[in-house]
Write a protein that binds this ligand. Structure first.
Ligand SMILES: O=C(O)C(=O)C[C@]1(C(=O)O)C=C[C@@H](O)C=C1
Length: 400
């Protein structure tokens, strides 16, 4: 055991500064010189970590690599999968129940199939995203986003797949906050084309529907269609929960907005398809794991970071310039309040004391952390950021 852990200790300092938390306030002076990552040094680190990680593989799981960069590699068509789910979910009591905080004390089942947690119940878009990333995985429903994070941390599952943003609805802020609170690593992303269907009881006509249940994001994504049909919206925890409610309430004038797969699972009819206001309705999900992947340069990569800055003019501009100067494309920027530290008091001798909101900045950029330009950009950012953490460097999903 000691032998297996040793390589990790050797490289822990370098490794933590890239993938862990560095509070630069406490050690600013020595930091810049400690963190001169030239390519040679980074390669050494990479070899060292690769060795360490390969020795640490405790539970080998099949289908370890996400398959999002290729079309569906399961070899199954939607039809066959839907047929299978019809068989599987004939009795709704047999559906897996979402994990709750209480279940998190129990131990994971054995076996080598990769287990992927998602928020919701079978038929949710998040489950579809998990299956897109790992076509042969066992999906594990969780009642809350936080339960999915904890399920990974407690080794109940291997991965979690959680929504982070939608092309129309924007960011899912809760997951940004949880990314920082938990110590998981982003190891991949999945972009899922979300096609909403209007579902109702069998033989109901679209015109009979007076009210629909759905997830608030989905209700917002179908705003125009619902207004044109004069339908009342009622929010549900999840699209699949909405479909399940319609099936169990049994009212002909009550429908759900959910996926075609949810219609099969909960034995509902599809009354209308693709009812979202924008055809290109894409949700981006993150794949989270306990260990980071070692990024390469063999394919397009994305890196996600979070940092804080001092208060002052031009500091965010300067931070972003670190990437622009190296021709690194930023794909996302998000700012969130610092929950532990909501206000920053700045003493100005002329103006007196001022209170500023304190922000965390989350950035996604198109480069692998194995590329020198990304290392230099982060090294320079570290020189004036008050906090910096790399959340993950992972292959881009170019196939929504
Ligand atoms: O309700 C679902 O089916 C979900 O998977 C949840 C969720 C979300 O949390 O944003 C995921 C993707 C869709 O954009 C809408 C809803």
């Amino acid at each position: 055991m000691a032998l297996k852990c040793a390589p990790i200790l050797v490289c822990a300092k370098t490794y933590c500064s890239l993938l862990g938390v560095s509070d630069l306030r406490s050690n600013r002076s020595g930091f810049a010189s400690n963190l001169r990552y030239d390519l040679e040094r980074f390669r050494k680190w990479e070899c060292c970590c690769l060795g360490a990680l390969s020795q640490r593989a405790i539970t080998p799981v099949e289908d370890e690599k996400p398959s999002v960069s290729v079309a569906d590699t399961s070899g199954k068509t939607e039809g066959t999968r839907d047929h299978e789910s019809r068989e599987l979910y004939k009795d709704l009591n047999l559906l897996p129940k979402p994990l709750t905080a209480n279940d998190l004390a129990s131990s994971p089942s054995g076996g080598s199939k990769v287990r992927v947690a998602y928020q919701g119940i079978p038929g949710a878009y998040s489950e579809a995203a998990a299956l897109k990333a790992y076509p042969k995985c066992e999906t594990v429903p969780c009642d809350q986003f936080e339960a999915a994070f904890q399920a990974v941390e407690l080794w109940l599952v291997d991965k979690a797949v959680l929504p982070i943003e939608n092309s129309a609805g924007g960011s899912i802020h809760r997951n940004y906050d949880l990314l920082l609170r938990h110590r998981l690593h982003i190891v991949g992303e999945v972009k899922l084309q979300v096609n909403h269907c209007l579902l109702g009881l069998p033989s109901v006509k679209k015109e009979e529907i007076k009210r629909v249940f759905s997830h608030p994001q989905c209700l917002a994504q179908c705003e125009l269609t619902l207004s044109n049909l004069g339908i009342i919206r009622i929010s549900a925890d999840n699209t699949a929960v909405a479909a399940q409610m319609v099936a169990s309430i049994g009212l002909r004038d009550t429908g759900a907005i959910a996926s075609a797969r949810a219609a099969v699972i909960y034995a509902l009819d599809i009354l209308a398809e693709k009812i979202q206001d924008n055809d290109d309705n894409i949700t981006r999900f993150l794949i989270l794991a306990r260990e980071p992947i070692i990024p390469g340069t063999d394919r397009p990569y994305k890196t996600s970071i979070v940092f804080t800055l001092e208060e002052g003019p031009g500091l965010l501009f300067k931070a972003l310039a670190m990437f622009a100067l190296r021709d690194i494309n930023l794909t996302k920027i998000e700012s969130r309040p610092q929950k532990q530290h909501l206000l920053r008091v700045v003493d100005d001798s002329n103006e007196g004391r001022a209170k500023y909101f304190d922000y965390l900045f989350y950035i996604d950029f198109e480069a692998s952390i194995a590329e020198p330009r990304a290392q230099y950009a982060l090294e320079h950012l570290q020189e004036f950021a008050t906090f910096l953490r790399v959340l993950g460097s992972y292959p881009m999903d170019r196939n929504p």
